[in-house]
Design a protein around this ligand. Structure first.
Ligand SMILES: Nc1ncnc2c1ncn2[C@@H]1O[C@H](COP(=O)(O)OP(=O)(O)O)[C@@H](O)[C@H]1O
Ligand SMILES: [Mg+2]
Length: 333
């Protein structure tokens, strides 16, 4: 499977065909439909002064090709698609997706949270009972005729919708593997009609670097990488950044790394402070100014099926996610 993903990233795809014979199909980058976006970002660029190189300090918005349209309220939609990715589990991806979504919604934006993890934590965390989910993102990815709109549900939170997942998504990933254009499946669905309905579409990725995460990176124009402020925090991030670079080169030139997001920060510990410093100083990465601290409330909110901005709007944690939302919005001005 990994070899096949490498082949996809090489710009080629193995189509096994009816007889199971593998042939190679080209997917040149120029065939990739441009994705709207991006962004001037108020992010710190660690290592910038050290290296003197201006690479990626900010994401400029010079070519802000918006796929805009009229939403239900007649407003123009920017339709910014952001993947939240890190192949390490438990770093705060789902938490970031739900709560950034809640914060953006609280600021008046129309938001879709899309669950691309078979564990379906995002779906459950937004208050959806999995027993009530029939068609879900797995069906949408596999069935060319099933529209993403048909599975989207409102949540208890104003301005916040969800595209649910179920455990079926893991078998869908396997099935998708033999499909032509498999790495484009999500992007194709998003390009149909959804992007025009929302200001932000946030994709919660699974804790793997497989085909689902690849689909998210191909569909997105920005990626946020939550990183725990603990030892080995950056372990694995290099592999993700390498894949992102290849995706940018081969499949999605519009994809920008919006930044690393420090999570589980505990300012009372020397370790936490050291890790945050080293994230900012040592890494050759953009790091958000906003830091997500360890917080009991953050862990509690999903049990109520709402983001922290609804569960405990006056908490420091809620304020942090609003700050993060403002950084993300700033990235798109
Ligand atoms: N800042 C935080 N403070 C306290 N608990 C957190 C925080 N961020 C996440 N959690 C909890 O840690 C667990 C893992 O977080 P999650 O967002 O599911 O990670 P991932 O999606 O990367 O696997 C969840 O139970 C979540 O509620
Ligand atoms: Mg998760």
């Amino acid at each position: 499977m990994l070899e096949d993903i490498a082949a996809v990233l090489d710009g080629t795809q193995h189509d096994r065909g009816a007889a199971g014979v593998s042939r190679v199909v080209d997917h040149p980058a120029h065939e990739v439909e441009p994705i709207p976006a991006v962004c001037t970002l108020s992010l710190q660029k660690s290592g910038y002064a050290r290296s003197g190189a201006a690479r990626g300090v900010t994401c400029t918005a010079s070519a802000r090709a918006r796929r805009s349209g009229d939403g239900n309220d007649g407003r123009k939609r920017v339709g910014t698609v952001i993947a939240v990715a890190n192949q390490k589990g438990g770093v705060g991806k789902t938490t970031c997706t739900i709560n950034l979504g809640g914060a953006l919604a609280s600021l008046g934006h129309r938001v879709l949270c899309l669950d691309l993890d078979p564990q379906a934590n995002l779906t459950v965390g937004l208050g959806i009972d999995l027993n009530t989910v029939d068609k879900n993102i797995a069906n949408v990815l596999i069935d060319p005729d099933l529209k993403l709109t048909s599975i989207i549900r409102p949540t208890k939170t104003k301005n916040l919708d969800v595209a649910p997942a179920t455990l079926e998504l893991s078998s869908a990933e396997v099935e998708l593997f033999n499909a032509i254009g498999r790495e484009m499946a999500l992007r194709d669905k998003l390009s149909q009609d959804i992007v025009q309905r929302y200001d932000y579409i946030l994709i919660d990725c699974p804790p793997t670097l497989g085909l689902l995460t690849l689909n998210a990176l191909v569909a997105a124009n920005g990626v946020i990488i939550p990183v725990q402020t603990q030892y080995y925090a950056l372990k694995g991030v290099a592999a993700l950044l390498k894949i992102i670079k290849t995706v940018q080169a081969r499949l999605n030139p519009k994809l920008k790394v919006l930044g690393l997001l420090p999570t589980f920060y505990d300012s009372r510990t020397i370790l936490g402070r050291d890790m945050l410093d080293s994230l900012r100083e040592l890494g050759d990465h953009q790091v958000f100014d906003t830091v997500i601290r360890q917080s009991v409330k953050i862990g509690e909110a999903p049990t109520a099926g709402v983001p922290i901005t609804v569960y405990e709007p006056r908490s420091d944690a809620a304020k942090s996610f609003v700050d993060l939302a403002k950084e993300v919005i700033g990235a798109h001005k």
